[in-house]
Write a protein that binds this ligand. Structure first.
Ligand SMILES: [Zn+2]
Length: 412
Protein backbone atom coordinates (compact mmCIF):
# COMPACT_ATOMS: atom_id res chain seq x y z
CA UNK A 1 0.00 0.00 0.00
CA UNK A 2 1.04 3.60 -0.53
CA UNK A 3 0.08 4.94 2.91
CA UNK A 4 -1.03 3.43 6.20
CA UNK A 5 -2.32 5.65 9.01
CA UNK A 6 -1.96 3.85 12.32
CA UNK A 7 -3.09 4.51 15.87
CA UNK A 8 -6.20 6.50 14.96
CA UNK A 9 -9.79 6.43 16.16
CA UNK A 10 -13.16 7.02 14.54
CA UNK A 11 -15.25 9.90 15.87
CA UNK A 12 -17.03 7.20 17.93
CA UNK A 13 -13.76 6.22 19.62
CA UNK A 14 -13.22 2.90 17.83
CA UNK A 15 -9.54 2.17 17.06
CA UNK A 16 -8.84 2.35 13.34
CA UNK A 17 -6.05 1.97 10.80
CA UNK A 18 -6.52 3.16 7.23
CA UNK A 19 -4.65 1.81 4.22
CA UNK A 20 -4.41 3.87 1.03
CA UNK A 21 -3.54 2.61 -2.44
CA UNK A 22 -3.93 4.15 -5.90
CA UNK A 23 -5.88 7.10 -4.53
CA UNK A 24 -8.49 4.95 -2.81
CA UNK A 25 -9.09 3.67 0.70
CA UNK A 26 -7.82 0.11 0.28
CA UNK A 27 -8.25 -1.18 3.84
CA UNK A 28 -9.90 -0.29 7.13
CA UNK A 29 -9.01 -2.29 10.24
CA UNK A 30 -8.66 -1.94 13.98
CA UNK A 31 -4.97 -2.85 13.58
CA UNK A 32 -2.43 -5.10 11.91
CA UNK A 33 -2.36 -3.67 8.37
CA UNK A 34 0.84 -4.54 6.46
CA UNK A 35 3.66 -2.02 6.11
CA UNK A 36 3.27 0.75 3.54
CA UNK A 37 5.61 3.06 1.66
CA UNK A 38 4.55 5.92 3.92
CA UNK A 39 3.69 5.17 7.56
CA UNK A 40 1.74 7.88 9.43
CA UNK A 41 0.99 7.89 13.16
CA UNK A 42 -2.33 9.47 14.16
CA UNK A 43 -1.21 9.35 17.81
CA UNK A 44 -4.71 8.55 19.00
CA UNK A 45 -6.43 11.28 16.98
CA UNK A 46 -9.64 11.08 14.96
CA UNK A 47 -9.32 9.98 11.34
CA UNK A 48 -12.19 11.78 9.61
CA UNK A 49 -13.48 12.36 6.12
CA UNK A 50 -12.71 15.97 5.09
CA UNK A 51 -14.81 19.00 5.93
CA UNK A 52 -17.30 20.71 3.63
CA UNK A 53 -17.59 24.52 3.64
CA UNK A 54 -21.25 24.90 2.77
CA UNK A 55 -21.69 28.68 2.65
CA UNK A 56 -18.96 31.13 1.74
CA UNK A 57 -18.21 34.26 -0.32
CA UNK A 58 -14.87 34.03 -2.12
CA UNK A 59 -14.91 37.32 -3.99
CA UNK A 60 -14.87 39.57 -0.92
CA UNK A 61 -12.67 37.44 1.35
CA UNK A 62 -9.95 39.39 3.16
CA UNK A 63 -11.33 42.80 2.14
CA UNK A 64 -10.82 44.36 5.55
CA UNK A 65 -8.93 47.63 5.27
CA UNK A 66 -9.19 51.37 5.81
CA UNK A 67 -12.30 52.71 4.12
CA UNK A 68 -13.98 49.31 4.19
CA UNK A 69 -14.71 49.05 7.91
CA UNK A 70 -18.31 48.46 8.92
CA UNK A 71 -18.79 51.08 11.64
CA UNK A 72 -22.42 50.26 12.51
CA UNK A 73 -21.80 46.52 12.40
CA UNK A 74 -25.03 45.95 10.47
CA UNK A 75 -25.67 43.79 7.43
CA UNK A 76 -27.05 46.85 5.63
CA UNK A 77 -23.80 48.84 6.00
CA UNK A 78 -21.74 45.80 4.96
CA UNK A 79 -23.78 45.42 1.76
CA UNK A 80 -23.48 49.15 1.06
CA UNK A 81 -19.69 49.15 1.54
CA UNK A 82 -19.32 46.14 -0.70
CA UNK A 83 -21.60 47.62 -3.41
CA UNK A 84 -19.35 50.71 -3.45
CA UNK A 85 -16.20 48.78 -4.30
CA UNK A 86 -17.38 45.66 -6.12
CA UNK A 87 -16.85 47.23 -9.53
CA UNK A 88 -13.16 47.66 -8.77
CA UNK A 89 -12.51 43.99 -8.09
CA UNK A 90 -10.26 42.48 -10.74
CA UNK A 91 -9.94 38.86 -11.78
CA UNK A 92 -6.29 38.84 -10.65
CA UNK A 93 -7.22 40.19 -7.23
CA UNK A 94 -10.06 37.66 -6.81
CA UNK A 95 -7.72 34.86 -7.82
CA UNK A 96 -5.04 35.88 -5.33
CA UNK A 97 -7.48 36.11 -2.42
CA UNK A 98 -9.19 32.87 -3.46
CA UNK A 99 -5.78 31.23 -3.33
CA UNK A 100 -5.33 32.39 0.28
CA UNK A 101 -8.75 31.01 1.20
CA UNK A 102 -8.09 27.69 -0.52
CA UNK A 103 -4.73 27.18 1.20
CA UNK A 104 -6.12 27.93 4.66
CA UNK A 105 -9.19 25.77 4.06
CA UNK A 106 -7.16 22.87 2.67
CA UNK A 107 -4.68 22.99 5.55
CA UNK A 108 -7.70 22.70 7.86
CA UNK A 109 -9.01 19.70 5.96
CA UNK A 110 -11.75 21.30 3.82
CA UNK A 111 -12.06 19.79 0.34
CA UNK A 112 -15.38 21.21 -0.87
CA UNK A 113 -16.49 24.85 -0.81
CA UNK A 114 -19.77 26.44 -1.95
CA UNK A 115 -19.42 30.14 -2.76
CA UNK A 116 -22.20 32.65 -3.43
CA UNK A 117 -21.21 35.12 -6.16
CA UNK A 118 -22.86 38.52 -6.55
CA UNK A 119 -24.90 38.95 -9.72
CA UNK A 120 -26.38 42.44 -10.11
CA UNK A 121 -26.72 45.55 -12.27
CA UNK A 122 -23.53 47.03 -10.78
CA UNK A 123 -21.08 44.27 -11.55
CA UNK A 124 -22.98 42.28 -14.19
CA UNK A 125 -21.22 38.96 -14.65
CA UNK A 126 -17.75 40.40 -14.06
CA UNK A 127 -17.30 39.03 -10.56
CA UNK A 128 -18.70 35.63 -11.55
CA UNK A 129 -16.20 35.37 -14.37
CA UNK A 130 -13.38 36.29 -11.98
CA UNK A 131 -14.43 33.72 -9.39
CA UNK A 132 -14.96 31.05 -12.07
CA UNK A 133 -11.40 31.67 -13.31
CA UNK A 134 -10.11 31.46 -9.73
CA UNK A 135 -11.97 28.18 -9.29
CA UNK A 136 -10.30 26.83 -12.42
CA UNK A 137 -6.88 27.93 -11.16
CA UNK A 138 -7.40 25.98 -7.90
CA UNK A 139 -9.25 23.00 -9.30
CA UNK A 140 -6.60 20.55 -8.09
CA UNK A 141 -6.78 21.82 -4.52
CA UNK A 142 -10.52 22.37 -3.92
CA UNK A 143 -13.86 21.49 -5.45
CA UNK A 144 -15.80 24.76 -5.59
CA UNK A 145 -19.50 25.20 -6.35
CA UNK A 146 -20.70 28.64 -7.41
CA UNK A 147 -24.14 30.02 -6.57
CA UNK A 148 -25.53 32.92 -8.65
CA UNK A 149 -26.44 35.35 -5.86
CA UNK A 150 -28.67 38.36 -6.68
CA UNK A 151 -27.89 40.23 -3.47
CA UNK A 152 -29.55 43.45 -4.66
CA UNK A 153 -32.83 41.79 -5.56
CA UNK A 154 -34.72 40.34 -8.53
CA UNK A 155 -38.26 41.72 -8.27
CA UNK A 156 -36.91 45.24 -7.71
CA UNK A 157 -34.05 44.75 -10.15
CA UNK A 158 -35.21 43.22 -13.46
CA UNK A 159 -31.73 43.55 -14.94
CA UNK A 160 -30.45 41.10 -12.35
CA UNK A 161 -33.25 38.70 -13.27
CA UNK A 162 -31.93 38.62 -16.85
CA UNK A 163 -28.38 38.21 -15.58
CA UNK A 164 -29.35 35.14 -13.55
CA UNK A 165 -30.02 33.24 -16.78
CA UNK A 166 -26.68 34.35 -18.19
CA UNK A 167 -24.91 33.41 -14.96
CA UNK A 168 -25.97 29.80 -15.44
CA UNK A 169 -24.21 29.86 -18.82
CA UNK A 170 -21.07 31.42 -17.33
CA UNK A 171 -19.98 29.14 -14.53
CA UNK A 172 -22.72 29.24 -11.89
CA UNK A 173 -23.79 25.79 -10.70
CA UNK A 174 -26.68 26.75 -8.41
CA UNK A 175 -29.37 29.39 -8.36
CA UNK A 176 -29.23 31.69 -5.34
CA UNK A 177 -31.39 34.41 -3.92
CA UNK A 178 -32.04 36.83 -1.09
CA UNK A 179 -35.79 37.34 -0.98
CA UNK A 180 -35.81 39.26 2.31
CA UNK A 181 -33.84 41.99 0.54
CA UNK A 182 -36.93 42.84 -1.53
CA UNK A 183 -39.47 45.51 -0.55
CA UNK A 184 -42.08 43.21 0.96
CA UNK A 185 -43.25 39.62 1.13
CA UNK A 186 -45.09 39.88 -2.21
CA UNK A 187 -41.88 40.90 -3.97
CA UNK A 188 -40.04 38.18 -2.03
CA UNK A 189 -42.46 35.62 -3.46
CA UNK A 190 -41.81 37.01 -6.95
CA UNK A 191 -38.05 36.80 -6.28
CA UNK A 192 -38.37 33.12 -5.41
CA UNK A 193 -40.57 32.45 -8.47
CA UNK A 194 -37.99 34.06 -10.78
CA UNK A 195 -35.15 32.05 -9.25
CA UNK A 196 -37.05 28.77 -9.45
CA UNK A 197 -37.86 29.37 -13.12
CA UNK A 198 -34.09 29.54 -13.75
CA UNK A 199 -33.51 26.45 -11.61
CA UNK A 200 -36.17 24.48 -13.49
CA UNK A 201 -34.71 25.40 -16.85
CA UNK A 202 -31.17 24.37 -15.91
CA UNK A 203 -32.22 21.55 -13.56
CA UNK A 204 -30.07 23.27 -10.94
CA UNK A 205 -30.19 23.12 -7.17
CA UNK A 206 -31.20 26.26 -5.25
CA UNK A 207 -29.36 27.84 -2.31
CA UNK A 208 -30.74 31.12 -0.97
CA UNK A 209 -29.88 33.60 1.75
CA UNK A 210 -33.08 33.46 3.77
CA UNK A 211 -34.43 35.87 6.39
CA UNK A 212 -31.00 37.24 7.39
CA UNK A 213 -32.67 39.67 9.77
CA UNK A 214 -33.99 39.67 13.32
CA UNK A 215 -37.28 41.20 12.13
CA UNK A 216 -39.94 38.50 12.66
CA UNK A 217 -42.14 39.99 9.91
CA UNK A 218 -39.92 38.31 7.32
CA UNK A 219 -40.96 34.71 6.70
CA UNK A 220 -39.50 34.02 3.29
CA UNK A 221 -38.47 30.57 4.53
CA UNK A 222 -42.15 29.63 4.32
CA UNK A 223 -42.36 30.96 0.75
CA UNK A 224 -39.25 28.95 -0.13
CA UNK A 225 -40.72 25.76 1.36
CA UNK A 226 -44.05 26.28 -0.44
CA UNK A 227 -42.28 26.83 -3.78
CA UNK A 228 -40.01 23.82 -3.21
CA UNK A 229 -43.01 21.58 -2.56
CA UNK A 230 -44.93 23.03 -5.53
CA UNK A 231 -41.94 22.37 -7.80
CA UNK A 232 -41.22 18.91 -6.40
CA UNK A 233 -37.61 19.93 -5.67
CA UNK A 234 -37.43 18.20 -2.29
CA UNK A 235 -33.83 17.66 -1.20
CA UNK A 236 -32.43 20.10 -3.78
CA UNK A 237 -32.91 23.38 -1.93
CA UNK A 238 -30.81 24.98 0.80
CA UNK A 239 -31.69 27.94 3.02
CA UNK A 240 -28.78 29.89 4.53
CA UNK A 241 -28.88 32.02 7.68
CA UNK A 242 -32.63 31.76 8.60
CA UNK A 243 -32.16 34.30 11.41
CA UNK A 244 -35.69 35.70 11.61
CA UNK A 245 -37.01 32.41 12.97
CA UNK A 246 -35.22 33.26 16.20
CA UNK A 247 -37.76 36.09 16.61
CA UNK A 248 -40.90 34.28 15.37
CA UNK A 249 -43.44 33.11 17.89
CA UNK A 250 -43.36 29.38 18.56
CA UNK A 251 -46.55 28.61 16.60
CA UNK A 252 -45.15 30.20 13.41
CA UNK A 253 -41.81 28.49 13.94
CA UNK A 254 -43.39 25.08 14.40
CA UNK A 255 -45.58 25.44 11.30
CA UNK A 256 -42.76 26.64 9.06
CA UNK A 257 -40.17 24.18 10.36
CA UNK A 258 -42.68 21.42 9.53
CA UNK A 259 -42.87 22.70 5.95
CA UNK A 260 -39.07 22.93 5.74
CA UNK A 261 -38.83 19.28 6.80
CA UNK A 262 -41.52 18.21 4.32
CA UNK A 263 -39.74 20.13 1.54
CA UNK A 264 -36.42 18.44 2.39
CA UNK A 265 -34.77 21.85 2.63
CA UNK A 266 -31.26 21.89 4.08
CA UNK A 267 -30.53 24.74 6.48
CA UNK A 268 -27.08 26.29 6.78
CA UNK A 269 -26.60 28.37 9.90
CA UNK A 270 -23.87 31.02 9.86
CA UNK A 271 -23.57 31.64 13.57
CA UNK A 272 -20.32 33.67 13.62
CA UNK A 273 -21.65 36.24 11.16
CA UNK A 274 -25.19 36.28 12.55
CA UNK A 275 -23.98 36.82 16.12
CA UNK A 276 -21.90 39.74 14.85
CA UNK A 277 -24.47 41.41 12.58
CA UNK A 278 -27.89 40.63 14.05
CA UNK A 279 -29.45 42.30 17.09
CA UNK A 280 -27.65 45.60 16.49
CA UNK A 281 -30.88 47.61 16.68
CA UNK A 282 -32.01 46.11 19.96
CA UNK A 283 -31.50 47.09 23.56
CA UNK A 284 -31.07 44.38 26.16
CA UNK A 285 -32.06 41.63 26.14
CA UNK A 286 -30.56 41.34 22.65
CA UNK A 287 -31.65 38.48 20.38
CA UNK A 288 -29.12 35.87 19.34
CA UNK A 289 -30.40 36.15 15.78
CA UNK A 290 -29.48 32.67 14.60
CA UNK A 291 -31.55 29.80 13.21
CA UNK A 292 -33.34 27.54 15.70
CA UNK A 293 -30.76 24.80 15.18
CA UNK A 294 -31.92 22.30 17.77
CA UNK A 295 -35.61 22.66 16.87
CA UNK A 296 -34.79 22.16 13.19
CA UNK A 297 -32.72 19.08 13.97
CA UNK A 298 -35.38 17.68 16.30
CA UNK A 299 -37.92 18.05 13.48
CA UNK A 300 -35.66 16.05 11.16
CA UNK A 301 -34.21 18.94 9.11
CA UNK A 302 -30.61 18.58 7.92
CA UNK A 303 -28.61 21.49 9.40
CA UNK A 304 -25.04 22.38 8.42
CA UNK A 305 -22.86 25.32 9.43
CA UNK A 306 -20.89 27.69 7.24
CA UNK A 307 -18.12 30.26 7.61
CA UNK A 308 -19.91 32.75 5.28
CA UNK A 309 -17.25 35.48 5.47
CA UNK A 310 -13.62 35.87 6.43
CA UNK A 311 -12.11 39.18 7.43
CA UNK A 312 -14.19 41.65 5.43
CA UNK A 313 -16.87 44.30 5.82
CA UNK A 314 -19.31 41.65 7.03
CA UNK A 315 -17.06 40.00 9.63
CA UNK A 316 -13.59 40.91 10.90
CA UNK A 317 -12.57 37.41 12.07
CA UNK A 318 -12.53 33.84 10.77
CA UNK A 319 -9.78 31.40 9.82
CA UNK A 320 -11.45 28.96 7.43
CA UNK A 321 -11.64 26.37 10.18
CA UNK A 322 -14.93 24.44 10.25
CA UNK A 323 -14.16 23.41 13.83
CA UNK A 324 -14.17 27.06 14.89
CA UNK A 325 -17.49 27.59 13.10
CA UNK A 326 -18.91 24.45 14.75
CA UNK A 327 -17.68 25.65 18.17
CA UNK A 328 -19.32 29.07 17.75
CA UNK A 329 -22.50 27.35 16.51
CA UNK A 330 -22.49 25.11 19.57
CA UNK A 331 -22.36 28.20 21.79
CA UNK A 332 -24.99 30.15 19.89
CA UNK A 333 -27.38 27.18 19.66
CA UNK A 334 -26.84 25.92 23.23
CA UNK A 335 -25.33 22.60 22.16
CA UNK A 336 -23.38 21.32 25.15
CA UNK A 337 -24.52 17.77 25.88
CA UNK A 338 -22.34 15.02 24.37
CA UNK A 339 -24.88 14.09 21.66
CA UNK A 340 -25.31 17.79 20.81
CA UNK A 341 -21.54 18.23 20.55
CA UNK A 342 -21.46 15.24 18.20
CA UNK A 343 -24.23 16.91 16.17
CA UNK A 344 -22.24 20.15 15.97
CA UNK A 345 -19.14 18.18 14.91
CA UNK A 346 -21.18 16.54 12.12
CA UNK A 347 -22.54 19.86 10.80
CA UNK A 348 -19.50 20.75 8.63
CA UNK A 349 -18.97 17.07 7.80
CA UNK A 350 -21.78 14.59 6.97
CA UNK A 351 -24.57 17.19 7.22
CA UNK A 352 -22.82 19.59 4.84
CA UNK A 353 -21.97 16.70 2.50
CA UNK A 354 -25.71 16.16 1.96
CA UNK A 355 -25.97 19.61 0.36
CA UNK A 356 -23.37 18.90 -2.26
CA UNK A 357 -24.44 16.09 -2.49
CA UNK A 358 -21.62 13.66 -1.77
CA UNK A 359 -23.32 10.26 -1.58
CA UNK A 360 -20.05 8.40 -0.93
CA UNK A 361 -18.97 10.71 1.91
CA UNK A 362 -17.33 8.82 4.77
CA UNK A 363 -14.69 6.22 5.46
CA UNK A 364 -15.27 3.15 3.30
CA UNK A 365 -13.07 0.71 1.41
CA UNK A 366 -13.08 1.68 -2.25
CA UNK A 367 -13.95 5.33 -1.57
CA UNK A 368 -11.53 8.09 -2.61
CA UNK A 369 -8.71 8.41 -0.06
CA UNK A 370 -9.73 11.86 1.19
CA UNK A 371 -8.80 11.91 4.86
CA UNK A 372 -8.08 14.31 7.70
CA UNK A 373 -6.25 13.31 10.87
CA UNK A 374 -7.16 15.55 13.80
CA UNK A 375 -4.88 16.08 16.77
CA UNK A 376 -7.90 15.30 18.99
CA UNK A 377 -9.24 11.95 20.22
CA UNK A 378 -12.91 12.97 20.57
CA UNK A 379 -15.44 15.40 19.05
CA UNK A 380 -15.47 17.48 22.24
CA UNK A 381 -11.67 17.81 22.07
CA UNK A 382 -11.92 18.68 18.37
CA UNK A 383 -14.34 21.54 19.03
CA UNK A 384 -12.75 22.67 22.29
CA UNK A 385 -9.17 22.87 21.00
CA UNK A 386 -9.62 23.16 17.20
CA UNK A 387 -6.33 21.27 17.03
CA UNK A 388 -3.86 21.15 14.17
CA UNK A 389 -4.85 18.92 11.29
CA UNK A 390 -1.93 16.55 11.70
CA UNK A 391 -2.30 15.07 8.22
CA UNK A 392 -4.44 16.01 5.24
CA UNK A 393 -4.60 13.33 2.54
CA UNK A 394 -6.24 14.24 -0.75
CA UNK A 395 -6.88 11.64 -3.44
CA UNK A 396 -4.37 9.33 -1.82
CA UNK A 397 -1.56 11.87 -1.43
CA UNK A 398 -0.33 13.61 1.71
CA UNK A 399 -0.87 17.29 0.85
CA UNK A 400 -0.55 19.09 4.20
CA UNK A 401 0.83 18.46 7.65
CA UNK A 402 0.47 20.82 10.63
CA UNK A 403 1.95 20.58 14.12
CA UNK A 404 1.41 22.81 17.12
CA UNK A 405 3.89 22.18 19.89
CA UNK A 406 4.95 24.03 22.99
CA UNK A 407 8.59 24.02 24.03
CA UNK A 408 8.96 24.36 27.78
CA UNK A 409 12.02 26.02 29.26
CA UNK A 410 13.42 25.97 32.80
CA UNK A 411 12.24 26.27 35.49
CA UNK A 412 8.99 24.76 34.23
ZN1 LIG B 1 -23.71 34.56 2.73
Amino acid sequence: MDIVIRNGVTDQGTPIEVGVEDGLIAALAEGGLPAAALELDAQGGIISPPFVESHFHLENAYLWADGLINQSGTLEEAIAIYARIKQELTAADIRERTGRVVRRALANGTFWLRSHVDIDHISGLKILKGVAAAREAHRQQMEIQLVAFPQLGLARNPEAADLMWQAMENGADLVGGMPHGERDMDDAARHIEIAFAVARHYDADVDMHIDETDDPAWKTLELLADQTLADGRQGRVTAGHCCAMSAWDDADAERIIGKVRDAGINVVTNAPINLMLEGRGHHHPKPRGIARVKELMAAGVNVACGQDDIQNMFYPFGKMDPLEVALITAHAAHMGAPEEIQAAFDMPRANAARLWPLPDYGLAVGAPADLVVLDAPTPVAALRCQPARRYVIRRGRLVAETRSETTWHEPW
